[in-house]
Ligand binder design. Structure first.
Ligand SMILES: [Zn+2]
Length: 71
């Protein structure tokens, strides 16, 4: 999605990762990316809401995405 290449998102996601010391909020491993807790296709208004962003590692992100697409 185009939004993920936007500057505001990249700045904010980096900030969230930094503030959480790049620790995955699910397993405590190395976070690789910032994830929307409520997906932006569900709530577009919260795309830049810091309270809606969490650091995740690759595997936790894959699991979360799978769960969401199953619904
Ligand atoms: Zn993890």
């Amino acid at each position: 999605m185009r939004f993920y290449n936007s500057k505001p998102w990249r700045t904010l996601s980096k900030q969230v990762l930094n503030e959480n010391y790049y620790v995955c909020c699910v397993c405590g491993g190395d976070a690789a990316l910032a994830d929307h807790i409520v997906p932006i296709r569900v709530d577009w208004e919260r795309r830049l809401d810091k309270n809606n962003i969490q650091p995740l590692c690759d595997s936790c992100h894959t699991i979360k995405t799978k769960k969401e697409t199953k619904k």
